[in-house]
Ligand binder design. Sequence first.
Ligand code: SAM
Length: 266
Amino acid sequence: MKDRFDRNITYLRISVTDRCNLRCTYCMPEEGVEPISHSDLMTFEEITDFVKCAVTLGINKVRLTGGEPTVRKGIVNLVKMITGIEGIKDLSMTTNGVLLKQFAQPLKDAGLKRLNISLDSADRESYARITRHDSLPDVLEGIDGAMKCGYDKIKLNCVVHKDRNEPDALSVAAFGREKGLEVRFIRTMNLDTGEFWVVDGGIGGDCSICNRIRLSAKGDVLPCLFSDIGFSVRKYGACEAIRMAVGSKPLKGTLSRSHEFYNVGG
Ligand code: SAM
């Protein structure tokens, strides 16, 4: 599926929930946000039907994200349902890792291939300050557990103010070296003002090679993180909503006043 600028769209990111068990200072207010009502949330059947349509249009790579995907009830079943769709070559998840000690093995058994685990500091106090939860020990246990499950790849995502030379980023880099895990450094972005950066160690943020569309937790297909455009699956149907989103993918992101990282998946 080519967009107007000849970019081949093969990658779908699905936000399965807007809820999260952390409150990262750059992502969510301390008191949380008004959660999407259950009736507005895409059901697993709707998500699976959507992915089936997406595959017929050229999507072959899917990432589950959120909110925090592991807090969505039945997430292992959703992974099983998506794994069963012919044409999906890669299924991965972005998670904060807090619940991985419980979910790493069942998710792997269900067919999940790769994990990106968010880790903004390897120092317990800093981690608690950034995420507003003292959950570093759980995350580290989750990472160790996941490393024993045989995933194809586990990467760490570290959000930084400016660059990888900050103390928290250095602590994560050292942790990554110790464990043999790749680290990607993501400079804090601002959807409201259109401040975004190419990910250090990854390709996110480079609009010229963007191959992505996104499905929000309440079922809007979004052509770009930094755009307010979205097409409702419930209104247009999955395939038409995807065609509309791909057809309106901008050359370059600008800004978004209606999306937040926690509801469109970061
Ligand atoms: N809860 C999961 C997690 O923490 O990985 C998945 C969702 S989270 C929104 C996905 C990614 O977006 C995380 O790596 C997070 O750090 C990143 N993120 C959230 N807000 C951001 C911001 N303002 N700038 C840059 N990255 C951000």
